[in-house]
Design a binder for this molecule. Structure first.
Ligand code: FEO
Ligand code: CA
Ligand code: CA
Ligand code: CA
Length: 642
């Protein structure tokens, strides 16, 4: 549910026929035959033999395999309760409705609007663990995570003195977590809101939570914290970057910008802030004037706005979400952005960073590229939409020292995947004559980034979801599925693509150039009927040893629930670590710096139906299921995924 709406197609551009030009590339057909054959393609081949030799030689005695846990078998992968590998264990943390801090308003069903604004939201999705590394609760830098440091590519878990003596940051930290969506049926216990109070309850269940958590002898719990806060649909926000102050963000009503919604996946910056990504924001708007005086503009259509949205009904009681109310013209342009949140300052106003463009942002994977510039890779999750990247104009430290946000000044690009395995990043700038012909200024290009990308001939993809940057510099992206694809292109070769695939690329010029080389890494369909069966890959995380964690969101084959798998990026081996509960989606992934505690989310267990599962209550009662975070550890205290 909820994200079934991703199934619409709103890209009418000529780029659809551009697919015909590319046509099906038979050479690359061979490439999708399986993980191992891929390894022989041009760009990635160079690293393979030496990296495998460093592990003792693939297949030889003494070979140091990355994945050694016993996988959850297909036969055990479908229940009303999670199933995890026997070497691992899980614990529930912060279910929907739990008070933000101890002694806050207790969970009750259904919630009221006032309580919900001080409780954990619903629709747990992207999240990040920010370690607190000493009793002064100082901020941890980006390089405290071993996966952000080139030098720690092979398991340097003692990096920056993380270890038994200074272990705080592995046992205490702030969890920033997105609350993507909750249907009215699940949140309110009825399909249609009957009052503004109902709408407020729904709005307060969306957004972001910041909670402080701590491990006491291996058991994680929330603690009282001056960092704890809820950000929801009515929280004041501000705009920054090229679109800030522009007419496109002003309404005739002159109302102040408020809120963030449909917060899907996430990112985090080298300077220690959290990025939350607004995905299916269109679905919360509707039009009360259904007599035809409201007509969707070309821009609104391209972003999927419709009379009744996804059925939340907010527009019936809250004029801000009524597209046919002239006083709130342009309110919809205030959503679809990436929002920066400072987890260590509960008084900070969240900032919408407009230089990153407006589309259905799934997530953002950040890295530091040549010259200390920050680079963010982003997917726009809709059928036939695009992959983007942002590169800051200068070294991030230098920019911050000069009082400039690296996320406000830089270039947004959209990806074209050529059929010979090369790719181009096409700059979405007003200097480009093709764009200057159709757009008045940079602000308009960024606000309608999808339409600008259409003009440049970007490659329409099979629903780009998460991206992750592996420490060896390769970037992975999930293309979750696309049942409407009838014409293949080289990067999206399946017609239709019912089960999805994972693509990877490497940029030239250390992430800052305009060219890349790509290949298909895994094709989900090829796993069906095997013990590593999965479909609809979505969440991703690349660890410093060469593992790729893959989470799924969509109908699984072979009788499985949605799941968490671990792949070896060098050999293509794939092993199932966990399956969730019936009707859920497995998403959100973050770790402590020592990689001995992982946090993931089970979103919409049972799709909210207590006859399917009571999770996280024990299976024997009848309670409304609650979206929850799971804490995952190895029973022997080892590295997660090993
Ligand atoms: Fe919110 Fe594209 O998943
Ligand atoms: Ca989802
Ligand atoms: Ca997703
Ligand atoms: Ca998905």
């Amino acid at each position: 549910m909820g994200n079934g709406v991703d199934n619409e197609v709103t890209n009418p551009s000529d780029n659809r026929s551009f697919e015909d030009v590319l046509s099906v590339n038979l050479q690359r057909r061979g490439i999708i035959k399986g993980g191992l054959t891929l390894a022989t393609t041009a760009f990635f081949a160079g690293n393979m033999p030496s990296a495998l030799a460093a592990r003792g030689g693939y297949g030889s005695e003494g070979y140091d395999a990355l994945i050694n846990f016993s996988p959850v078998p297909v036969a055990a992968g479908n229940g009303a309760w999670p199933t995890i590998s026997p070497e691992y264990q899980w614990q529930v943390l912060i279910p929907w409705g739990e008070p933000l801090e101890p002694n806050g308003p207790a969970y009750q069903y259904p919630p009221n609007a006032e309580d919900q604004a001080r409780q954990i939201g619903i629709g747990h999705d992207g999240m990040h663990f920010f370690p607190i590394f000493d009793e002064k609760k100082r901020r941890c830098g980006w390089d405290h995570y071993p996966w952000n440091d080139d030098k720690s590519w092979h398991s340097n878990i003692d990096h920056h003195n993380w270890g038994p003596k200074n272990n705080w940051g592995n046992q205490r930290g702030l969890l920033c977590i997105n609350h993507e969506f909750g249907s009215n049926g699940h949140v309110l216990g009825k399909n249609d809101p009957e009052s503004l109070e109902d709408v407020r309850t729904s709005q307060h269940a969306h957004g972001v939570s910041v909670v402080e958590i701590k491990s006491r002898r291996g058991h994680w719990q929330q603690v009282k914290s001056h960092f704890a806060r809820r950000i929801h649909v009515n929280t004041p926000v501000t705009f920054s970057g090229p679109v800030a102050g522009h007419d496109l963000l002003k309404t005739p009503a002159g109302n102040q910008p408020l809120g963030t919604v449909n917060n899907c996946s996430n990112g985090y910056t080298p300077w220690g802030t959290y990025l939350t990504c607004e995905e299916n924001f269109n679905g919360y708007f509707g039009a009360t004037n259904l007599r035809g005086s409201w007509l969707a503009t070309e821009q609104q259509q391209r972003y999927g706005f419709a009379d009744n949205g996804f059925g939340y009904g907010w527009h019936k009681f809250d004029r801000r979400f009524d597209l046919s109310d002239p006083a709130y013209k342009n309110e919809e342009n205030r959503f679809g952005w990436i929002v920066e949140i400072d987890p260590m300052d509960a008084t900070q106003t969240p900032v919408k960073r407009t230089a990153l463009g407006r589309f259905k942002h799934e997530g953002i994977a950040m890295t530091v590229g040549r010259g200390g510039r920050v680079v963010g890779y982003m997917g726009d999750d809709q059928r036939f939409d695009y992959i983007y990247k942002f590169v800051s104009e200068d070294n991030w430290r230098k920019m911050r020292k000069a009082g400039k946000s690296p996320l406000d000044h830089g270039t947004l690009y959209v990806a074209r995947f050529n059929d010979d395995g090369s790719g181009d990043w096409l700059p979405l700038t007003i200097d480009n004559p093709v764009l200057a012909e159709h757009f008045t200024d940079q602000a308009e290009i960024l606000t309608y980034a999808r339409l600008a990308a259409d003009k440049l001939g970007a490659t329409p993809m099979d629903r780009p979801e998460w991206t992750t940057v592996a420490p060896d510099g390769s970037v992975y992206c999930t293309l979750t599925n696309n049942s409407r694809r009838t014409v293949a292109n080289a990067a999206n070769p399946m017609t239709p693509n019912l089960d999805g695939h994972i693509i990877r690329w490497r940029d030239n010029n250390k992430h800052t150039g305009e060219h890349f080389n790509w290949e298909i890494f895994l094709v989900a369909k090829e796993t069906h009927g095997t013990e590593s069966s999965y479909s609809s890959p979505d969440g991703l995380f690349a660890d410093p040893d060469g593992r790729l964690f893959i989470q799924t969101d969509g109908g699984q084959k072979d009788g499985l629930n949605n799941q968490l798998l671990v792949a070896d990026t060098l050999t293509g081996e794939l092993s199932r670590l966990l399956t969730g509960v019936t009707g859920d989606e497995v998403t959100g992934i973050t770790m402590t710096p020592d990689r001995r505690t992982m946090f993931i989310n089970l979103q919409h267990p049972g799709n909210g139906d207590p006859s399917v599962t009571n999770f996280p209550a024990r299976p024997d009662g009848v309670t409304v299921p609650r979206d929850s975070t799971l804490v995952i550890t190895r029973k022997d205290g080892g590295i997660i995924g090993s």
